[in-house]
Design a protein around this ligand. Sequence first.
Ligand SMILES: Nc1ncnc2c1ncn2[C@@H]1O[C@H](COP(=O)(O)OP(=O)(O)O)[C@@H](O)[C@H]1O
Ligand SMILES: [Mg+2]
Length: 224
Amino acid sequence: MIRVVKASKTYNKGKPNQVDAVNEVTLHVARGEMAVIHGASGSGKTSLLTLIGCISRPTSGEIHVAGKTISRLPEKFMTMHRREHIGIIFQQFNLILDLSVEQNVGLPLFPLNMSKTLISERVDHLLAKMSLSKRRDFLVKQLSGGEQQRVAIARALINNPEILLADEPTAHLDTALTKELMETLAAIKKDARTIVIASHDPLVYNHPFVDRIFEMKDGKVVEE
Ligand SMILES: Nc1ncnc2c1ncn2[C@@H]1O[C@H](COP(=O)(O)OP(=O)(O)O)[C@@H](O)[C@H]1O
Ligand SMILES: [Mg+2]
Protein backbone atom coordinates (compact mmCIF):
# COMPACT_ATOMS: atom_id res chain seq x y z
CA MET A 1 0.00 0.00 0.00
CA ILE A 2 2.93 2.30 0.78
CA ARG A 3 6.35 1.91 -0.82
CA VAL A 4 9.06 4.46 -0.25
CA VAL A 5 12.23 3.87 -2.28
CA LYS A 6 15.44 5.76 -1.51
CA ALA A 7 13.43 8.89 -0.85
CA SER A 8 15.09 12.08 0.38
CA LYS A 9 13.71 15.44 1.44
CA THR A 10 16.19 18.28 1.61
CA TYR A 11 15.14 21.71 2.81
CA ASN A 12 17.02 24.82 1.62
CA LYS A 13 19.08 22.77 -0.82
CA GLY A 14 22.47 24.29 -1.64
CA LYS A 15 22.16 26.98 1.03
CA PRO A 16 24.15 27.21 4.28
CA ASN A 17 21.04 26.19 6.23
CA GLN A 18 20.48 23.00 4.18
CA VAL A 19 18.78 20.20 6.13
CA ASP A 20 18.63 16.57 4.96
CA ALA A 21 15.40 15.87 6.85
CA VAL A 22 14.76 12.54 5.10
CA ASN A 23 17.86 10.79 3.77
CA GLU A 24 17.47 7.90 1.31
CA VAL A 25 14.69 6.17 3.20
CA THR A 26 13.30 2.87 1.91
CA LEU A 27 10.28 1.27 3.57
CA HIS A 28 7.16 -0.76 2.81
CA VAL A 29 3.84 -0.94 4.60
CA ALA A 30 1.31 -3.53 3.42
CA ARG A 31 -2.45 -3.01 3.20
CA GLY A 32 -4.11 -3.34 6.59
CA GLU A 33 -0.93 -2.92 8.60
CA MET A 34 -0.29 -0.47 11.41
CA ALA A 35 3.21 1.02 11.33
CA VAL A 36 4.90 3.42 13.72
CA ILE A 37 7.69 5.82 12.79
CA HIS A 38 9.69 6.28 15.97
CA GLY A 39 12.57 8.63 16.62
CA ALA A 40 13.78 11.65 18.56
CA SER A 41 12.49 15.14 17.86
CA GLY A 42 14.07 16.40 14.64
CA SER A 43 14.81 12.91 13.27
CA GLY A 44 12.54 13.46 10.24
CA LYS A 45 9.26 11.77 11.23
CA THR A 46 6.94 14.59 10.18
CA SER A 47 8.87 15.18 6.94
CA LEU A 48 8.56 11.49 6.04
CA LEU A 49 4.85 11.54 6.88
CA THR A 50 4.26 14.54 4.60
CA LEU A 51 5.93 12.63 1.74
CA ILE A 52 3.71 9.58 2.30
CA GLY A 53 0.70 11.88 2.76
CA CYS A 54 1.13 13.55 -0.66
CA ILE A 55 1.61 16.93 1.04
CA SER A 56 5.18 17.44 -0.09
CA ARG A 57 7.32 16.04 -2.87
CA PRO A 58 10.63 14.22 -2.33
CA THR A 59 13.85 15.91 -3.48
CA SER A 60 14.85 12.51 -4.88
CA GLY A 61 13.64 8.93 -4.79
CA GLU A 62 10.21 7.43 -5.28
CA ILE A 63 6.98 7.37 -3.29
CA HIS A 64 4.31 4.83 -4.27
CA VAL A 65 1.02 5.22 -2.41
CA ALA A 66 -2.31 3.44 -3.03
CA GLY A 67 -1.36 2.29 -6.51
CA LYS A 68 0.23 5.47 -7.83
CA THR A 69 3.80 6.73 -8.11
CA ILE A 70 3.12 10.13 -6.61
CA SER A 71 6.70 11.37 -6.76
CA ARG A 72 6.21 11.80 -10.53
CA LEU A 73 2.74 13.35 -10.47
CA PRO A 74 2.16 17.06 -11.04
CA GLU A 75 1.12 18.87 -7.82
CA LYS A 76 -2.57 19.06 -8.79
CA PHE A 77 -2.84 15.30 -9.28
CA MET A 78 -0.88 14.63 -6.11
CA THR A 79 -3.49 16.69 -4.20
CA MET A 80 -6.34 14.82 -5.89
CA HIS A 81 -4.73 11.51 -4.96
CA ARG A 82 -4.48 12.67 -1.35
CA ARG A 83 -8.13 13.73 -1.18
CA GLU A 84 -9.21 10.40 -2.55
CA HIS A 85 -7.04 7.94 -0.62
CA ILE A 86 -5.50 9.54 2.46
CA GLY A 87 -6.71 10.85 5.80
CA ILE A 88 -4.37 12.81 8.06
CA ILE A 89 -4.54 13.57 11.77
CA PHE A 90 -2.19 16.51 12.33
CA GLN A 91 -0.23 17.01 15.53
CA GLN A 92 -2.06 20.24 16.37
CA PHE A 93 -5.36 18.78 15.04
CA ASN A 94 -5.67 21.78 12.61
CA LEU A 95 -9.35 22.13 13.49
CA ILE A 96 -11.17 25.42 12.91
CA LEU A 97 -12.12 26.43 16.45
CA ASP A 98 -14.95 28.81 15.51
CA LEU A 99 -16.74 26.32 13.25
CA SER A 100 -19.06 23.60 14.48
CA VAL A 101 -18.11 19.94 14.85
CA GLU A 102 -20.27 19.11 11.83
CA GLN A 103 -18.61 21.79 9.67
CA ASN A 104 -15.09 20.70 10.66
CA VAL A 105 -15.73 17.03 9.94
CA GLY A 106 -17.37 17.71 6.55
CA LEU A 107 -14.68 20.16 5.40
CA PRO A 108 -12.49 17.78 3.33
CA LEU A 109 -15.51 16.80 1.21
CA PHE A 110 -16.29 20.35 -0.01
CA PRO A 111 -13.75 20.29 -2.90
CA LEU A 112 -15.18 16.96 -4.08
CA ASN A 113 -18.51 18.33 -5.39
CA MET A 114 -20.58 16.04 -3.23
CA SER A 115 -24.24 16.74 -2.45
CA LYS A 116 -25.10 18.31 0.92
CA THR A 117 -27.29 15.34 1.78
CA LEU A 118 -24.50 12.85 1.16
CA ILE A 119 -22.01 14.95 3.17
CA SER A 120 -24.50 15.18 6.02
CA GLU A 121 -25.08 11.40 6.02
CA ARG A 122 -21.37 10.67 6.13
CA VAL A 123 -20.82 13.20 8.93
CA ASP A 124 -23.67 11.63 10.95
CA HIS A 125 -22.21 8.17 10.55
CA LEU A 126 -18.73 9.20 11.73
CA LEU A 127 -19.97 11.33 14.61
CA ALA A 128 -21.93 8.32 15.86
CA LYS A 129 -18.86 6.12 15.50
CA MET A 130 -16.74 8.61 17.49
CA SER A 131 -19.44 9.10 20.18
CA LEU A 132 -19.83 12.73 19.15
CA SER A 133 -23.45 12.82 17.93
CA LYS A 134 -24.51 15.05 20.83
CA ARG A 135 -21.71 17.51 20.02
CA ARG A 136 -22.67 17.97 16.36
CA ASP A 137 -23.66 21.65 16.67
CA PHE A 138 -21.04 22.63 19.26
CA LEU A 139 -18.20 24.91 18.22
CA VAL A 140 -14.91 23.02 18.35
CA LYS A 141 -13.53 25.52 20.88
CA GLN A 142 -16.26 24.42 23.33
CA LEU A 143 -14.99 20.83 23.39
CA SER A 144 -12.55 19.03 25.67
CA GLY A 145 -9.13 17.92 24.38
CA GLY A 146 -10.28 14.31 23.99
CA GLU A 147 -13.39 15.39 22.07
CA GLN A 148 -11.29 17.59 19.76
CA GLN A 149 -9.05 14.60 19.15
CA ARG A 150 -12.07 12.51 18.09
CA VAL A 151 -13.28 15.33 15.81
CA ALA A 152 -9.83 15.30 14.16
CA ILE A 153 -10.10 11.51 13.65
CA ALA A 154 -13.64 11.82 12.25
CA ARG A 155 -12.46 14.51 9.83
CA ALA A 156 -9.50 12.34 8.74
CA LEU A 157 -11.91 9.46 7.99
CA ILE A 158 -14.60 11.46 6.17
CA ASN A 159 -13.26 10.65 2.68
CA ASN A 160 -13.26 6.95 3.62
CA PRO A 161 -9.47 6.76 3.11
CA GLU A 162 -7.53 3.56 2.58
CA ILE A 163 -4.59 5.12 4.40
CA LEU A 164 -4.71 6.97 7.71
CA LEU A 165 -1.67 8.98 8.84
CA ALA A 166 -1.28 10.45 12.33
CA ASP A 167 1.48 12.78 13.49
CA GLU A 168 2.17 12.51 17.25
CA PRO A 169 -1.53 11.92 17.89
CA THR A 170 -1.11 11.42 21.64
CA ALA A 171 1.03 14.49 22.30
CA HIS A 172 -1.89 16.30 23.99
CA LEU A 173 -3.56 13.30 25.59
CA ASP A 174 -3.30 11.77 29.05
CA THR A 175 -2.77 8.02 29.55
CA ALA A 176 -6.48 7.15 29.56
CA LEU A 177 -7.19 9.10 26.36
CA THR A 178 -4.07 7.66 24.71
CA LYS A 179 -5.32 4.12 25.40
CA GLU A 180 -8.74 5.10 24.07
CA LEU A 181 -7.17 6.51 20.89
CA MET A 182 -5.18 3.32 20.29
CA GLU A 183 -8.37 1.25 20.66
CA THR A 184 -10.05 3.52 18.11
CA LEU A 185 -7.13 3.16 15.69
CA ALA A 186 -7.14 -0.62 16.20
CA ALA A 187 -10.84 -0.67 15.25
CA ILE A 188 -10.08 1.44 12.15
CA LYS A 189 -7.31 -0.99 11.21
CA LYS A 190 -9.86 -3.84 11.28
CA ASP A 191 -11.61 -2.16 8.31
CA ALA A 192 -8.44 -3.14 6.34
CA ARG A 193 -7.10 0.37 6.48
CA THR A 194 -3.38 1.02 6.51
CA ILE A 195 -2.22 3.22 9.37
CA VAL A 196 1.09 5.04 9.84
CA ILE A 197 1.72 6.90 13.09
CA ALA A 198 4.70 9.13 13.88
CA SER A 199 5.24 8.90 17.61
CA HIS A 200 7.76 8.51 20.38
CA ASP A 201 5.09 7.51 22.91
CA PRO A 202 5.68 3.96 24.31
CA LEU A 203 1.91 3.53 24.74
CA VAL A 204 1.70 3.86 20.95
CA TYR A 205 4.65 1.81 19.70
CA ASN A 206 4.22 -0.94 22.30
CA HIS A 207 0.55 -1.40 21.40
CA PRO A 208 -0.26 -5.03 20.37
CA PHE A 209 -1.87 -3.88 17.10
CA VAL A 210 1.37 -2.35 15.80
CA ASP A 211 2.86 -4.53 13.02
CA ARG A 212 6.02 -2.55 12.21
CA ILE A 213 8.23 0.02 13.85
CA PHE A 214 10.64 2.11 11.81
CA GLU A 215 13.37 3.68 13.92
CA MET A 216 14.52 7.05 12.52
CA LYS A 217 17.74 8.85 13.31
CA ASP A 218 19.04 11.95 11.51
CA GLY A 219 16.74 11.44 8.52
CA LYS A 220 17.51 7.75 8.07
CA VAL A 221 15.55 4.63 8.99
CA VAL A 222 18.24 2.88 11.03
CA GLU A 223 16.18 -0.13 12.10
CA GLU A 224 12.92 -1.87 11.32
N1 LIG B 1 9.90 23.40 6.28
C1 LIG B 1 11.13 23.19 6.76
N2 LIG B 1 12.17 23.98 6.38
C2 LIG B 1 13.42 23.76 6.84
N3 LIG B 1 13.75 22.78 7.72
C3 LIG B 1 12.77 21.97 8.14
C4 LIG B 1 11.40 22.13 7.69
N4 LIG B 1 10.64 21.18 8.28
C5 LIG B 1 11.48 20.45 9.05
N5 LIG B 1 12.74 20.92 8.98
C6 LIG B 1 13.94 20.36 9.65
O1 LIG B 1 14.05 19.02 9.24
C7 LIG B 1 14.46 18.19 10.33
C8 LIG B 1 13.42 17.11 10.56
O2 LIG B 1 12.23 17.71 11.05
P1 LIG B 1 10.87 16.92 11.27
O3 LIG B 1 10.58 16.16 10.04
O4 LIG B 1 9.86 17.88 11.74
O5 LIG B 1 11.29 15.87 12.42
P2 LIG B 1 10.41 15.24 13.61
O6 LIG B 1 8.99 15.20 13.16
O7 LIG B 1 11.02 13.88 13.81
O8 LIG B 1 10.62 16.12 14.81
C9 LIG B 1 14.65 19.13 11.52
O9 LIG B 1 16.02 19.47 11.58
C10 LIG B 1 13.80 20.32 11.16
O10 LIG B 1 14.32 21.49 11.74
MG1 LIG C 1 7.27 15.94 14.05
